[in-house]
Design a protein around this ligand. Structure first.
Ligand SMILES: [Zn+2]
Ligand SMILES: [Zn+2]
Length: 371
């Protein structure tokens, strides 16, 4: 069928600016295990911007967008989990058969990178084309900066009744990443302390999730004072403007007993600080994106003698649909106020949404395809 999609002809180069514009695109029919979703809204996330700015690879011409939400329109053969008319959000793709997937860890699917960044299905076929020209239209197996798309049945989660559908998309990536780090992986016990480096959409989701636990010290760290004010209003007990004394300040504030740190910056790589600031037996979660060539420095005796742990957390870990539905129910019930991070944009203003996100003017832009 004929759809409209935001096609990226080229990404940002050293001397040239990106070219992303709405265009007429042909979408093929869903195959076995796939469904067609009429997209009503889709978030703009750090990984979209990473591909636009050349930090992460994605073929062009292609269609980005990996936080889609909408209504199932048509189901392919053998689909049993959803039916036409269901309200859904589209989460991470996973193969369903590798060792990680079978162990209940789909975020660590062995074919996850290929499914997310190749732009095509695992068999090399694509879902979108333009006047006979192949488009990389399977970003995270969804490419949801479009009026309609095809997704895998198993990557969908149903949106609970009572929650506005347009809030659901960001749970597919950034919001579940921040919240899952706290609720699935770190699981802070009563009286624990957590420092969150970087309070963009991922870090703020971590703050909101930490507030749902019995942790008593939630310290937000950022360079932007407005974000720190927002973090405080969402549950941070303390805020720090990032600077050369950040580690010393954290040690003093927690009397050297910082239990958890979360590195959620978008490429600033403050992991070394997040490890150094920890107390004895503390755990650092690496969550934020970085260049594919980035590495981390840590002091050997500091980690060894203090029994520190460093753990990478992809997409918040945990089991996909059940966890996503739980977060959406918490928002519906007023316990996870994601709506405070979101600003809506018309689909045609996709470039404005990207610019506002780059500049930090908007925490979580969400495109509305139906506006
Ligand atoms: Zn897998
Ligand atoms: Zn993302």
């Amino acid at each position: 069928m004929q759809i409209r999609a935001a096609v990226m002809e080229k990404n940002d180069g050293t001397f040239t600016k990106r070219d992303i514009h709405l265009d007429d695109v042909e979408l093929e029919e869903p195959r076995a295990g796939e469904v067609r979703v009429r997209i009503t809204s889709c978030g703009v996330c750090g990984t979209d911007r990473g591909c636009i700015h050349g930090l992460e690879p994605y073929p062009t011409p292609g269609v980005l967008g990996h936080e889609g939400a909408g209504i199932v329109e048509e189901i392919g053969p053998d689909v049993t989990l959803v039916k036409p008319g269901d309200r859904v959000m589209i989460g991470f793709p996973y193969c369903g058969v590798c060792r990680s997937c079978r162990a209940g860890e789909p975020r660590y699917c062995e074919r996850g990178l290929e499914l997310s960044f190749s732009g095509y299905r695992l068999d090399g076929s694509g879902g979108m084309s333009r006047k006979g020209e192949k488009l990389a239209g399977r970003f995270f197996q969804q490419s949801s900066w479009a009026t309609h798309t095809i997704a895998l049945e198993r990557q969908l989660a149903k949106v609970p009744e009572g929650l506005e559908l347009d809030f659901a998309g960001p749970y597919g990536c950034s919001i579940s990443t921040g919240a899952g780090t706290i609720l699935n992986v770190l699981r802070p016990g009563p009286g624990s302390s957590i420092a969150i480096f970087g309070v963009g959409n991922v870090g703020l989701a971590a703050v909101m999730a930490a507030r749902l636990t019995a942790a008593t010290r939630i310290i937000a760290i950022d360079r932007v004072p407005e974000r720190l004010a927002l973090a405080r209003s969402l549950g941070a007990t303390d805020t720090l403007e990032h600077g050369p004394d950040t580690v010393a300040q954290l040690k003093e504030m927690t009397r050297e007993h910082l239990d958890f740190s979360v590195e959620a910056t978008n490429g600033s790589n403050l992991v070394s600080e997040a490890i150094t600031a920890l107390g004895i037996l503390g755990t650092c979660a690496m969550v934020g994106g970085a260049k594919m060539t980035a590495s981390v420095k840590m002091n050997h005796p500091d980690v060894l003698l203090h029994g520190k742990k460093v753990v990478g957390v992809m997409g918040g870990g945990g089991q996909t649909p059940h966890f996503l539905v739980s977060l959406m129910e918490l928002q519906r019930d007023g316990r996870f106020p994601l709506e405070r991070l979101i600003k809506f944009y018309n689909f045609a203003d996709v470039n404005q949404a990207i610019d506002d996100s780059d500049a930090g003017r908007t925490i979580k832009p969400v495109l509305r395809m139906t506006a």
